[in-house]
Design a protein around this ligand. Structure first.
Ligand SMILES: Cc1cc2nc3c(=O)[nH]c(=O)nc-3n(C[C@H](O)[C@H](O)[C@H](O)COP(=O)(O)OP(=O)(O)OC[C@H]3O[C@@H](n4cnc5c(N)ncnc54)[C@H](O)[C@@H]3O)c2cc1C
Ligand code: HEM
Length: 370
């Protein structure tokens, strides 16, 4: 870690234990000086009060070297247009952040810390702004819900028809907002199909515990609703030049981007063996198995293995999907794609490392940090 990184971490540790207060001060400062900014944020700030603050602090601390994360930051900047963020807002937010930290750090705060945060924030903001400026697409697309199907008590598969064409690559994800049910709350969901002629997009959503957006999308979204969809992001794409056989590992609705990649492969693959490992807690959660089996029956290069971790009478494989993958193989020559919850992805990456799969051949999307 360089000097800048050390200083950012050191200074954050002075306020870390008062995070809630820092967040409160940060928003109050921002909204008092610029009341118009309040309209950019969700109505119920209490549920996710520290979201932006945490996001910036994490970004500033982990992205010590912004060039390394240039592409991600450009995409983040493009994506921020959906919040109606304007270039002049960056300075306001950066100023409020540093002032909030300075206020709670007390006497140990120094001018050097001030400068370190200002420099790191400015670098990141400038890359985000460049990304936003260079984008010729609209900040979001309106899309009508044209199909909605409950596949399990907490899982829905739904399809939307964007009002204008929206270009994306198989394996990418988008942020979605449903203004009728949860205005100004955006969450990311993977597109579950490869680009189609009719432009429709399919999503697979599992409602999580106290989740605001996922439960609305599963339980309250209806055909005819309008949602907003922001620019596609993500780099979990197929390398068409690769001749290696491929393994897809999906946990629950982590199947969504895998389905998209699989659909793309059905359009051109003749030579690569493809193995899908699809795991869930119970058989009910293997919500898209019929479709996977249909694909496997049609394409001789495709095989599907399913597993349940909490369904002892399930006739397929038993256990966590990462352990199941390890029972097959050898895998050291394959390309891997992994997608699902944080723990599922973490376990699978660990297993693959133990199986000597080079990390350069593994692409993944983790749906959560936990
Ligand atoms: C790149 C990417 C792609 C994604 N694609 C999909 C997808 O295709 N399908 C899909 O269903 N989800 C997907 N997600 C997850 C999705 O973005 C949301 O995080 C998820 O739906 C929860 O949002 P929420 O508003 O319902 O919950 P929030 O309101 O954000 O959270 C409410 C509460 O639930 C907890 N919580 C949040 N997520 C989880 C979780 N996964 N497990 C347990 N508790 C949780 C939070 O800690 C909080 O206490 C993806 C995430 C990422 C980063
Ligand atoms: C260095 C600058 C910034 C970084 C790194 C950054 C990063 C992020 C990230 C990662 C998120 C989380 C997205 C998510 O939770 O899905 C987020 C949310 C958000 N950002 Fe930024 N951001 C920056 C600047 C700004 C600015 C200048 C504004 C303008 C006010 C802004 C407005 C928002 C809003 C409104 C949200 C949604 C918050 C919520 O849902 O509660 N951001 N930001």
């Amino acid at each position: 870690m360089g000097d800048l990184g050390r200083m950012l971490k050191e200074s954050w540790s002075l306020v870390e234990e008062h995070q809630d207060k820092v967040a409160g001060y940060f928003y109050a400062r921002m909204f008092l000086s610029h009341p118009d900014l309040r309209d950019l944020f969700p109505v119920h700030m209490d549920v996710q009060r520290a979201r932006l603050l945490n996001a910036i602090v994490t970004a500033v601390q982990t992205l010590e070297d912004p060039e390394k994360f240039e592409e991600w930051l450009r995409a983040l900047g493009r994506d921020h247009r959906k919040f109606h963020v304007e270039p002049e807002h960056y300075e306001v937010v950066g100023g409020a952040l540093i002032e909030a930290m300075r206020t709670y750090a007390g006497e140990q705060w120094s001018v050097e810390y001030d400068q370190a945060w200002a420099d790191a924030y400015a670098k990141i903001a400038s890359v985000m702004l460049k990304g936003a400026e260079a984008d010729t697409n609209p900040p979001y697309w309106y899309a009508e819900v044209v199909g909605h199907e409950r596949r399990a008590s907490d899982i829905a598969v739904f399809t939307v028809q964007p009002m204008q064409p929206l270009d994306f690559r198989a394996g990418q994800y988008v942020s979605i907002e449903c203004p009728r049910i949860q205005p100004r709350l955006w969450r990311t969901y993977s597109i579950a199909n490869a680009p189609r002629r009719d432009n429709t997009l399919e999503f697979h959503v599992r409602s999580v515990g106290a989740g605001w957006v996922s439960s609305a999308l599963v339980r309250r979204l209806e055909v005819g609703d309008m949602v907003r969809v922001a620019s596609p992001m993500g780099t979990m794409n197929l390398d068409r030049r690769s001749t290696r056989d491929t393994v897809f590992v999906a946990g629950g609705t982590g199947l969504a981007p895998i389905k998209s990649l699989l659909e793309e492969l059905t359009r051109y693959n003749r030579t690569r063996w493809v193995h899908v490992f699809f795991g869930a807690r119970t058989r009910e959660d293997l919500y898209d198995l019929a479709e996977l089996n249909r694909l496997a029956a049609r394409y001789p290069w495709l095989s599907v293995v399913t597993a349940c971790s909490d369904d002892p009478t399930y006739p397929g494989e038993q256990g966590n999907i990462s352990d199941v993958v390890a029972r097959y193989g050898p895998w050291s020559e394959h390309d891997f794609f992994v997608s699902g919850s944080g723990p599922m992805v973490k376990d699978t990456l660990k297993t693959l490392a133990e199986l000597q799969v080079p990390s350069i051949r593994v692409k993944y999307d983790s749906f959560s940090d936990f």
